[in-house]
Design a protein. Structure first.
Ligand code: 5AD
Ligand code: SF4
Length: 364
């Protein structure tokens, strides 16, 4: 327990009161969030998870939306200390999918009835503004898919061009709200710039996704509370929250990594305070626990992202080791996901699954 939030502290509010306040107002203080993130008794944890599940049902319903993801390049010009795609990892064979390969993956997504494609890559300037705009236009207007980009930091002009070309959504995780920790982990990127990019994306009318890792070396419960508060302040539409998993070919190889329980608590609290956002059950969580997806869906998550990267490339998108599903076809993965959903009494959502905000419906 941290920051004077132990249950023996008479000043500390009780879990039940905090959960009630969250349900009624959707607002919690940093101290209250730290209290929830520090829960470790079975009763407290199940109260948290049930409260998040109720809020999820009330605000986004029982439908779970699928987003097909295509990891089109594992080339990255950055050196984030935690990531297996970092430029300094010279042991990783690099690939770039051709435009035809990307279009072919997009068409498999459409054939399986999924309305949204996430185009993800390392920060790879080979895919310049014009190349990406042409690609986006074809996928959006010839194939009719909603496009989410997840390609890192670019200029405002690039973001504007992608938006005008037909991209409706953008994922850019803030990674950690702690400026100190951010500086240590990112030798070549600035926290201010990251947040600036997120604000530009919002101004340009994207549905914006952000998020963080849980269990980074030196990360405290207060830092995690700040992650939640930043997500709320940015009014992000999508929140990707996953455990940090150490990669052997990175400087953080010997760090312990984040836990499943800690990640589930973050998902639950994020749902409590952001209410109607889209929160995926992340692949990183499933990598740490085969039941990760089911557990996340039971405490606030409402999105699953099946991987449509061709099998010959999938294992090379090695952000962290042991990624699940690298040998599994899309059909098998989706059948498995649908089974999980059915057992939870949930259904697959129809349509693009925008965040339920009328004023942003035109955003995709
Ligand atoms: N463990 C978990 N997630 C990671 N990411 C990068 N490296 C790791 C790791 N070792 C996540 C980051 C980044 C995305 C590309 O993957 O959150 O945004
Ligand atoms: Fe590149 Fe993103 Fe990995 Fe950083 S986290 S090294 S920017 S792929």
């Amino acid at each position: 327990m941290a920051n004077g939030t132990s249950t023996s502290d008479r000043q500390a509010p009780a879990t039940g009161q905090i959960l009630k306040k969250a349900g009624q107002t959707g607002t919690l203080s940093r101290r209250e969030i730290v209290h929830l993130l520090s829960l470790d008794d079975a009763n407290g944890l199940s109260a948290l998870s049930e409260a998040a599940d109720r809020i999820r049902r009330r605000w986004v319903g029982d439908e779970v939306y699928l987003r097909g993801i295509v990891e089109f390049s594992n080339v990255c010009e950055r050196n984030c200390l935690y990531c297996g795609l970092r430029k300094g990892n010279t042991g990783l064979p690099r690939y770039r999918m051709t435009i035809d390969e990307i279009l072919e993956a997009a068409s498999r997504i459409r054939k399986l009835g999924i309305g949204t494609l996430v185009l993800q890559s390392g920060e790879d300037s080979f895919f310049d503004r014009d190349t990406l705009c042409r690609l986006i236009g074809r996928i959006r207007y010839e194939m009719g898919l909603v496009i989410t980009l997840s390609i890192g930091e670019r200029t405002r002009e690039d973001y504007l061009a992608f938006r005008e070309a037909g991209a409706g959504r953008f994922l850019l995780k803030h990674e950690t709200a702690s400026a100190t920790l951010y500086r240590k982990l990112h030798p070549d990127s600035k926290h201010e710039n990251r947040v600036q990019c997120l604000r530009w994306l919002r101004e340009l009318g994207y549905e914006v996704g952000t998020g963080c890792m849980v269990g980074l070396p030196g990360q405290t419960p207060a830092d995690l509370a700040d992650d939640i508060l930043l997500m709320k302040e940015l009014d992000a539409d999508m929140l990707g929250i996953g455990p940090f998993i150490p990669h052997p070919q990175t400087p953080l190889a010997d760090s312990p990594g984040g836990g499943v329980q800690a990640t589930l608590k973050m998902i639950a609290v994020a749902r409590l305070v952001t209410r109607d956002t889209n929160i995926p059950a992340t692949t990183a969580l499933t990598t740490m626990d085969p039941e990760g997806s089911r557990k996340a869906l039971a405490c606030g998550a409402n999105i699953i992202m099946p991987d449509f990267t061709p099998l010959r490339y999938r294992a090379l998108y090695e952000i962290y080791p042991g990624r699940g599903g690298i040998g599994e076809t899309e059909e098998t993965a989706i059948a498995r996901m649908k089974e999980t959903l059915a057992s939870l009494g949930r259904s697959v959502g129809k349509g693009p699954g925008d965040r339920r905000k009328e004023e942003r419906k035109s955003g995709s």
